[in-house]
Design a protein around this ligand. Sequence first.
Ligand SMILES: [Cu+2]
Length: 324
Amino acid sequence: MTPQHSALELWPPSASAVAVETDYLILAFTVLTLVLTVPVFLAISYFAIRYRDGKEADRDTSGIRSNLIEISWMLIPFLLTLIFFVWGARLYVESRNPPPDAMVVEAIGRQWMWKFQHPTGQSEINDLHVPMGQPIRMRIISQDVIHALYLPTLRMQVAALPDRYTELWFKADKPGTFHLFCSEYCGTDHSVMGGEITIMSQGDYQEWLTHSGAQQSKVAAGEAIYNAYGCGTCHAPGSQVKAPKLAGLYGSEVHLAGGRTIAADDGYLREKIRNPNGNRLADGYKQIMPSFAGVIPEDDLGRLIDYLKSYRTAGGIEPERATP
Ligand SMILES: [Cu+2]
């Protein structure tokens, strides 16, 4: 399938409710801007001619001050623009808060390609297949410089940063194949860093998954990585080394040396694995965990984190973490 687009694409097709509403917002705001500026320019032109130098005209301004005019020219545009503040803020909050049942797809940017990983283990390069009607939450990261994932048909764009996860979510409702881009200048081949997003029915998506070699689920792959890098040597319950239990860690509050607490989210797990000896030492433990920065590749890191997260839900291999 080739992307649906005309030769000159001024307004890309929209494939989600948020995209449609974003369009209305932009259109309405453009109209309001015109309503507020066109009369001003017309008045300027009219007065410039009517009161031009040398023209006989009544220039007496006494007696035409009106508080009603003064207040209304300020209050009416203010209230009109406030509508857009409320509307825009609502859309923003909505687009930052994925529903809890969203399916997580991982996007890794690097010079010069996008790699996408599905929860069931399949991965693809520069192409992204997603099911319709299902909220999709993308966890985005870069392996080198700053990129930005841009999905014009969904009116979504977010930076892909090295060392920090960013997110976007959407619920596509229109099947088809559309462009996706990197929208942050990232070096020589930035212009070719893009691909296609294919929105398909749930059935087609399931079929696509089975034909795309469901090897191992990400969690199972993550367990293999956990074992391969010997995390269990220290973290397994029976270990001789004094290291915290990782079961139940995700989503909990971690007490750090020095009295701070921090939420154990994706970013925290990633940071601990890559740079355990930063300023985030778990309270009561020694700095003995080796750094895995540059050791575990980015896509494996994603799988490993998904495995650590699954401890809580899938009845992981370790006993529940004792709540302090
Ligand atoms: Cu890029």
